[in-house]
Design a protein around this ligand. Structure first.
Ligand code: SF4
Length: 375
């Protein structure tokens, strides 16, 4: 299975913590959509004719697009690629866009899964994050989506926000579980450089997230999801059985995907491409050059390390046999040798030929993965 990601680079306003490529204006939307059509056509061979099992419209805020604009994107995709009849087709949406009229329209497009950027059910958190919606819209957007017939839903929550007490976080989780939504992505707030949040903290205008608080939230998240029979299938992702995100799983198991739109990444098992992070370059250079990406051919060592980094974060684990088959015996031996310390510290479980992070190990996921890398 392969996937297609489309980056819609527009938002109503910029969230303080956001380091995704997007602009807070719709000024170039028409020109962007035209350029996107060219890119779809230009890159029709990237997936080697393999069928597409997932399409993901992310951003940015794809729910800012009008129904005819969404339909036009799909018209070009279906004309160009072989798309499975049961493909998972996700659209990222902000709660303030999801009124009943909009949802009824979306229901008539190929979109069959919504990812709603709730982030919190508390107004003060949403203000801290500079989200455009409020807590009431966060809750009503989910109800509206369900009333419109979208059963395959996921919401995003953010924890570790300064001022988000453990009781408030518990309320967010309880609210989520009361909504009968089958998938949850929950992320720890991180302060990336070059974001408004970074500058505001530096100027002393906003409090910095505290790591210990974030760890407490994460522990509660794991415990509550377990209690509600949600599978913790990736560090930040939880679902009811059968509701795994096919698209994101593709990234984590090293599947091939084509990324379209400014800043989108593509991967075909050998090389990685990334499109320019500029709307103007994307619009103006695409018709002339036919391509707007840079490319890096990954070495065996890079591919091995990417596999370790992504697989260790999942419930499917890091398979030493796979490493041996694809990257060689020495790579597997090195990975296991480096893992021994973490096995004795009970941060990693070894079951057969597979390595899994324990709940305790999940607190240190990226650091542990880096120590298992091939040198
Ligand atoms: S809505 Fe999403 S993409 Fe847009 S600014 Fe906020 S976090 Fe970034």
């Amino acid at each position: 299975m392969t996937g297609i990601y489309i980056h819609i680079p527009f938002c109503k306003q910029k969230c303080h913590y956001c380091n995704f490529f997007s602009r807070a204006t719709l000024r170039d939307k028409d020109a962007f959509l035209k350029a996107l059509q060219s890119e779809i056509k230009n890159r029709k061979d990237y997936l080697n004719g393999e069928s597409v099992g997932s399409i993901y419209l992310g951003g940015g805020t794809p729910s800012l697009l009008q129904k005819p604009e969404i339909e036009e994107i799909f018209r070009h995709l279906y004309k160009t690629f072989q798309i499975d009849a049961d493909a998972e087709i996700t659209l990222e949406a902000n709660p303030d866009d999801l009124n009943r009229g909009k949802l009824d329209e979306l229901k008539t497009t190929p979109v069959n899964r919504l990812s709603i950027g709730v982030q919190s059910f508390h107004d003060d958190d949403l203000k801290y994050l500079n989200r455009v919606h409020n807590a009431e819209q966060a809750a009503s957007s989910v109800r509206n989506a369900q009333d419109a017939g979208f059963a395959n839903l996921t919401i995003d929550l953010i924890y570790g926000i300064p001022g988000l007490s453990i009781n408030k976080w518990e309320y967010n989780l309880q609210t989520f579980f009361s909504m009968d939504v089958p998938h949850l992505s929950a992320y720890s707030l991180t302060v990336e450089s070059a974001t408004a949040l970074h500058k505001l903290i530096e100027k002393g205008k906003m409090n910095e997230p505290e790591e210990n608080e974030s760890i407490r939230h994460f522990k509660m998240l794991m415990e509550r999801c377990r209690k509600h029979d949600f599978v913790h299938y990736e560090i930040s992702n939880f679902c009811r059985e059968g509701f795994y995100s096919r698209h994101n799983s593709l990234y984590w198991v090293g599947g091939n995907y084509l990324g379209l739109g400014p800043s989108a990444h593509s991967y075909n098992g050998i090389s990685r491409r990334w499109n320019v992070s500029s709307i103007h370059k994307y619009i103006n250079e695409l018709p002339v050059a036919n391509e707007v990406f840079e490319e890096e051919v990954l070495s065996l060592r890079q591919r091995n390390n990417e596999y370790i980094m992504t697989s260790l974060r999942t419930s499917w684990g890091c398979d030493l046999q796979h490493i041996e088959n694809v990257f060689g015996e020495m790579a597997a031996e090195q990975c296991l040798g480096n893992a021994k310390k973490f096995i004795s510290e009970q941060k990693i479980n070894k079951v057969g030929n597979k390595l899994f992070l324990t709940d305790y190990g999940k607190l240190f996921a990226d650091g542990i993965a880096a120590e298992l890398f091939m040198e």
